[in-house]
Write a protein that binds this ligand. Structure first.
Ligand SMILES: Cc1ncc(COP(=O)(O)O)c(C=O)c1O
Length: 372
């Protein structure tokens, strides 16, 4: 194989050559040139969410989980209480974070693949006045379900509570407008729909919520209030920044704009998903979710019941042909996932489907019997 494998995963994803090339320079972390890169990245992320007037963008070193943990720690006061809307691994992870950082929480757990519904949230909020914040995962990447964040935001705002959105795998493709979708924080990271490389996450935090957050975080390095204050004063990150990743991200943002911003990117990802799902269904595979909940980010397919199917072998054979897919993350059904995000176009989806035919053939699974 004389190329990198294509990553059909929820991140890190396949990036463009030009984004990778943007990392071929060294930057001084305190230098004005690098500070300008950081400032421009933050400015553009705020513009992307129509949030320049209402929110601040605070980047944080580390993977997406660091940014989620930092946001919960910074925004939920020690005497607050979080309602976590769960339907997969990333909602569950927020509960684990609360266990670690000592924040009270309760949850609405919809299992593996059902969305939290606005009326359910409304009634929990009405019954428990102690709840101060609600957290929802925009696209729950463990199944690929797209949760109804707009309707949930409306219910949360009407009940006078604060909303935190984990939009890790959605922001950059799914449209966000902070002026019509009320949120205190939206968290995402560099290596998902903006198609940058891994190394940092960021939170867009509403001005008043941030101003009120001084001293709330349990952790020095995860305190987003302090990170913001320091950046305001100096233009610098508080601790060593992932300079190469930030430079690559600015290039990724240029390419995002060239593709028509979130609208253009969403159209390509939807096209990838539709092509992939049609091709997989034609081969007898079934999706976990009904069409209305299928996100253009990642799709979960049920593992075939055929006795010859073994995920590890399936994965290895696809990898040998240059395609990396993702294991399933469901608690109940056997499944695997295929991502639609990253620098992937029609030819990659079509080739993956052809490779899939060869692999099923090798595994002696007749295509019409691959049905889950
Ligand atoms: C919705 C969501 N939240 C949180 C995370 C955690 O991000 P990371 O694995 O970068 O820590 C992910 C990762 O895929 C995700 O999809």
């Amino acid at each position: 194989m004389n190329r990198d494998p294509y990553l059909l995963t929820p991140g890190p994803i396949t990036t463009s050559l030009t984004v990778k090339q943007a990392m071929l320079h060294d930057w001084g972390s305190w230098d004005a040139d690098f500070n300008a890169v950081t400032g421009e990245v933050c400015r553009r992320l705020l513009v992307e969410a129509n949030a320049e007037a209402s929110h601040q963008c605070i980047p944080l070193q580390g993977s997406g989980t660091y940014a989620v943990e930092a946001t919960l720690a910074t925004l939920v006061p020690t005497d607050g209480k979080l309602l976590i809307l769960m339907n997969g691994a990333y909602g569950q992870r927020m509960a684990k974070i609360c266990d670690y950082i000592g924040r009270r929480y309760c949850s609405l757990d919809k299992g593996d693949y059902l969305p939290p519904l606005p009326h359910e949230v409304e009634s929990i909020l009405a019954d428990d006045p102690a709840i101060t914040h609600v957290a929802v995962v925009h696209c729950e990447t463990s199944s690929g379900i797209l949760n109804p964040v707009e309707q949930i935001a409306e219910v949360v705002a009407r009940a006078g509570r604060r909303l935190i959105i984990d939009s890790m795998s959605a922001f950059g493709a799914l449209p966000i407008d902070a002026q019509t979708l009320p949120f205190d924080a939206l968290v995402s990271s560099a290596n998902k729909c903006f198609e940058g490389v891994p190394g940092f996450g960021f939170a867009l935090i509403q001005n008043d919520a941030l101003a009120a957050a001084k001293g709330q975080a349990h952790s020095l390095s995860l305190d987003l209030y302090e990170q913001w204050q320091y950046m305001q004063r100096t233009g610098q990150w508080r601790f060593t920044p992932p300079t190469h990743c930030v430079a690559a991200f600015l290039k990724a943002l240029d390419e995002h704009a060239d593709e028509g911003g979130s609208t253009g990117r969403l159209a390509r990802y939807q096209r990838n998903r539709d092509r992939l799902v049609a091709g997989m269904r034609a081969r007898g595979f079934a999706t976990l979710l009904e069409d209305q909940w299928l996100s253009p980010i990642i799709v979960t397919f049920l593992a075939p019941q055929h006795p010859n199917f073994e995920f590890k072998r399936f994965y290895d054979l696809l990898k040998a042909q240059g395609y990396i897919i993702y294991p399933g993350k469901l608690t109940e059904a056997d499944s695997f996932r295929i991502g639609c995000i990253g620098k992937l176009f029609d030819p990659q989806i079509d080739e993956l489907l052809q490779v899939m035919d060869q692999v099923l053939n090798r595994m002696e699974i007749p295509m019409d019997q691959a049905v889950a």
